[in-house]
Design a binder for this molecule. Structure first.
Ligand code: G
Ligand code: MN
Length: 305
């Protein structure tokens, strides 16, 4: 099948070299996208390529210069309304104050392997924060941190984590490691061995975004996890004719988890009605905009400590 590339001239005066760049770009895109053999250069396509280039050529420097900031989002106990923990979420804030969104850089970092470094950096920030709270207020709350599946293929992963909690003198039980259930599909037994090792050291394990992809109850039976985070999709589907069924499913999952000594956290609680739904369903904790957006760690401290 032939490839036809064209240049959309609507963007005004384009110099000749630029036209060539755009044609080459359109050709490349056409070759990459098998399904579509007619491609026009468009500015959006170019912009996303440029952003990807920027991200990959600046990520190391950004890490060194502290441009990756830890934001915290509270986790609330539904029965009491009390703060019981927080989730650490990374934000890339450039020197000029503008932000690059996680959905723009995380997928790239998963591809180029940078997630390994960034995630360990975040664990370190979490340790620092817990230490700071303990020193300044005599109390602390546990923090959850997202862990890329790439980490589980690193031989020294557990050692590195232990080194960090040792350095900051933070009890392992104050740290919850959030993993995605997709990991279990690849090698459930290998993964569970790792999880058991981590649990033996005292870390808590949480399964993130449960119910979002090809979830399977097998993961629940084969993995020794402490917490289930129910994907916000559950709450998003909670309307109209689907509502009763969704409510039933949520209830059953919460009940099953409870019987397995697994706590449940509902994600994406945005309204009072959402909270009512998850409380009815028997979930233990809630997280979402209804309580707070992820906020700068310092602001979080001012509000909650
Ligand atoms: O995959 P994980 O659950 O770790 O991702 C959390 C993401 O969801 C964060 O980027 C956070 O900003 C976002 N988030 C947190 N609470 C809410 C919410 O109530 N509604 C929506 N739409 N997004 C949320
Ligand atoms: Mn998470």
């Amino acid at each position: 099948m032939g490839v036809v590339a064209g240049v959309d001239m609507q963007h005004g005066e384009i110099r000749r070299e630029e036209v060539m760049t755009h044609v080459m770009f359109a050709l490349n895109s056409a070759r990459e996208g098998q399904q579509d053999n007619l491609w026009f250069y468009n500015t959006q396509l170019h912009a996303s390529e440029e952003l990807a280039n920027y991200i990959e050529s600046h990520m190391n420097r950004a890490l060194q210069h502290g441009e990756f900031k830890m934001f915290l989002q509270p986790k609330i106990e539904l029965k009491t309304g009390k703060l019981v923990g927080a989730e650490a979420l990374v934000r890339w804030i450039k020197a000029d104050g503008t932000m690059i969104f996680p959905n723009q850089f995380i997928p790239l970092f998963e591809q180029n392997g940078f997630s390994v470094e960034l995630d360990m950096y975040m664990v370190e920030q979490v340790c620092r924060q817990i230490r700071f709270w303990m020193d300044s207020y005599g109390v602390s709350i546990p923090i959850s941190v997202n862990q890329s599946k790439l980490l589980f293929y690193q031989d020294n992963y557990v050692e590195k984590l232990c080194e960090l909690i040792e350095r900051y003198q933070v009890p392992a039980r104050m740290i919850t490691l959030e993993i995605l259930e997709g990991l279990a599909m690849e090698d459930a037994r290998g993964l569970n061995d790792r999880l058991l090792e981590l649990k033996e050291k005292g870390f808590r394990i949480s399964m993130d975004d449960f119910g979002s992809g090809y979830s399977s109850f097998n993961t629940l039976s084969s993995l020794d996890i402490d917490e289930l985070k129910l994907d916000r999709g559950f709450l998003m589907e909670m309307h109209g004719s689907r509502r009763e069924r969704q409510q039933l499913i949520l209830e059953q999952i919460a009940q099953l988890a409870g019987k397995m000594n697994i706590t449940t956290v509902a994600e994406g609680v945005e309204t009072r009605e959402d909270e009512e739904i998850i409380l009815q369903a028997g979930c233990d904790y809630g997280q979402g905009y209804y309580y707070s957006r992820p906020i700068d760690a310092q602001v979080f401290t001012e509000i909650y400590f």
